[in-house]
Design a protein around this ligand. Structure first.
Ligand code: ADP
Length: 548
């Protein structure tokens, strides 16, 4: 690179220029003061040509300092100014030795030591000393003890001041460099942070879900386009940061202020998929699912949070359509199926049948029963939506119900070569709905048969404690992965292994069974290992209130 054509740094240039002018001004100001004092006490000194011309030289140098454009390249020429100042001050000192002007030499010495490094420090102190000593022979008087201060102490003072000035300026230079480095680091971190912030903003504005973030004082700090769009779409006032009115999942009950998802998030709550409706019933509306997360600062203290809102209108409508379809189809199928089963039962009893025909009718009847079971599940699910699952509580022996369920699943188990083991010792009498409990047990046992391996086993145990009865149905089947276990009780969910197999099912039985268990104040849970088997545990409290 051609250095001579390198562009000048204007900031640096003006700093250098300021420093040179200031230093020279300081010297001329000191000399001006000196001149004023001399004029007051000894005006005759001005008639001395050496005194006057030296003083004039300092002021000329000041003019040069003021008028020159001190670019960094010209900086080293500026060293001539303090050098000439030294000669001027020595001249003044020689013209009027008794006025003590020699002390003013410290000013150019400091200037050289501060701005021209080690060479400046040594050069300045040496030049001042040599100048003082060098003019001595021209005085033509012998050196006396009274000259000791001027000849020895003054140079020592110069050396001391030059050294300390040089050291101090070195230290402040390195501190300045460190500060510059640090400020460059901070600046680049700031640029990076701004870039990331912009990126985040762009990403957030590109996504379809609404995002609203708030700080630890509950002030909204961020809202993305999708959220703004949803607000405007439903006519929220311009100042609103959330929808002013929202409805609960049933679509008609207005959310209480404190129960609103945003209010709960502001109160520090974390939740997932809270559904709410926007838009008045009967008008254009949308369903949203809100998820809240709290954020923490680097010290781990709560720092606000973020709520993500997803439009789930289409999903909810699809679920509703599926349920409606399930309800109407199952309802329509039940009547002809019941009739088919009735006639098949009658036909099986006809005496003129050959054993082969009877066997075939038996199979047809069994499959029709199964089909009725599936259709009943479907219908049950659809009617559950309306909350119509009710219990008819009476005192019943769960141990006996389990025994009956095992007995009726016997044939299916036998066909698959399964061994059924029971551990049912004593009666377990509780207040429950025997029809519903049997429904649960039938479902667990039919699953234990369906999802077992050929030649495997099923164990049914009933443990009656003082406060609860526990029924475990364990199989040696395909098992359920941990990920699938989380959804096993969701309506219409079927595990991957079941979907891939040719085992028929609707994914409804377990959901209904858990609802029944809950209505009894009990629970239904699973532990399972893929390829080893599963245990479904139904726990029922001894005293059951009709909860539904
Ligand atoms: P269905 O059996 O009609 O599919 P369920 O609600 O009874 O519906 O069961 C839901 C899913 O749970 C089944 O599809 C199956 O994947 C899984 N499952 C239920 N019971 C068992 C079991 N004993 N072993 C392995 N998987 C099971």
């Amino acid at each position: 690179m051609d250095r001579s054509r390198a562009p000048q740094d204007p900031v640096r240039s003006s700093r250098i220029s300021r420093s040179i002018v200031n230093s020279q001004l300081l010297i001329s100001a000191a000399l001006l003061l000196f001149a004023v004092v001399v004029f007051a006490i000894q005006p005759a000194a001005f008639q001395e040509p050496l005194f006057f011309s030296s003083l004039l030289l300092v002021f000329i140098l000041t003019g040069v300092a003021l008028l020159t454009d001190w670019t960094p390249r010209r900086k080293r020429w500026a060293a001539l100014l303090p050098v000439l100042d030294i000669f001027a001050i020595v001249g003044i000192r020689e013209a009027e030795p008794q006025l003590g002007a020699g002390l003013l030499l410290v000013l150019p010495v400091i200037w050289l030591a501060r701005n021209y490094g080690f060479a400046g420090a040594v050069g300045g102190a040496t030049l001042a000393t040599v100048a003082i000593w060098g003019v001595w022979p021209f005085r033509g008087v012998p050196i006396s003890i009274s000259d000791f201060a001027g000849l020895i102490l003054l140079p020592l003072t110069f050396a001391f001041i030059a050294t300390t000035t040089y050291a101090t300026s070195r230290r402040s230079q390195s501190q300045r460099a460190l500060l510059r480095q640090q400020s460059a680091l901070v600046e680049s971190a700031l640029v990076r942070a701004r870039k990331q912030e912009r990126l985040l903003e762009e990403v957030l504005n590109a996504v379809e879900f609404g995002v609203i973030a708030f700080d630890d004082r509950g002030r909204a700090t961020l809202r993305n386009n999708a959220h703004e769009h949803s607000l405007r779409e439903f006519g929220a006032p311009h100042s609103a940061i959330i929808h002013p009115v929202i409805y609960e999942p049933d679509g008609t009950t207005r959310y209480e202020e404190a129960e609103r998802p945003y209010a709960r998030a502001l109160a520090g709550e974390e939740f997932e998929n809270l559904v709410f409706w926007v838009g008045s019933p009967g008008e254009a509306r949308a369903a949203y699912s809100a998820t809240s997360r709290q954020t923490r600062n680097i010290d781990g203290e709560p720092d606000g949070g973020v709520v993500v809102v997803r439009d789930v209108t289409v999903e909810l409508e699809a679920v509703r359509a599926r349920e409606n379809l399930a309800a109407s189809v199952s309802h329509e199928l039940r009547t002809p199926l019941t009739s088919i089963i009735g006639f098949l039962e009658l036909a099986v009893d006809a005496p003129e049948l050959t054993s082969e025909t009877r066997r075939m009718l038996d199979i047809a009847a069994r499959n029709s029963e199964r089909m009725l079971g599936l259709v009943t599940d479907l219908l049950q699910t659809a009617s559950d939506k309306d909350g119509s699952l009710t219990l008819a509580i009476s005192s019943c022996d769960v141990a006996e119900l389990a025994r009956q369920a095992v007995e009726s699943s016997g044939l299916a188990a036998e066909q698959r070569g399964l061994t059924v083991v029971t551990s049912i010792d004593r009666p377990a009498v509780i207040n429950a709905d025997p029809f519903r409990i049997r429904q649960v047990l039938d479902n667990l046992l039919s699953n234990a048969v369906k999802y077992n391996r050929t030649g495997g086993s099923i164990t049914v145990s009933v443990d009656a404690a003082d406060d609860a009865v526990r029924i475990d149905v364990t199989d040696t089947g395909v098992g359920v992965s941990e990920a699938d276990q989380a959804h096993l009780f969701d309506r219409f969910f079927r595990a991957g292994s079941a979907r891939r197999s040719d085992v028929v099912g609707t994914g409804l039985g377990l959901g209904i069974s858990r609802d029944i268990a809950k209505l009894h104040g009990g629970s239904l849970s699973v532990t399972s290992e893929v390829g080893v088997g599963s245990t479904f545990s139904l726990v029922l409290p001894v005293t059951t209130q009709e909860a539904a």
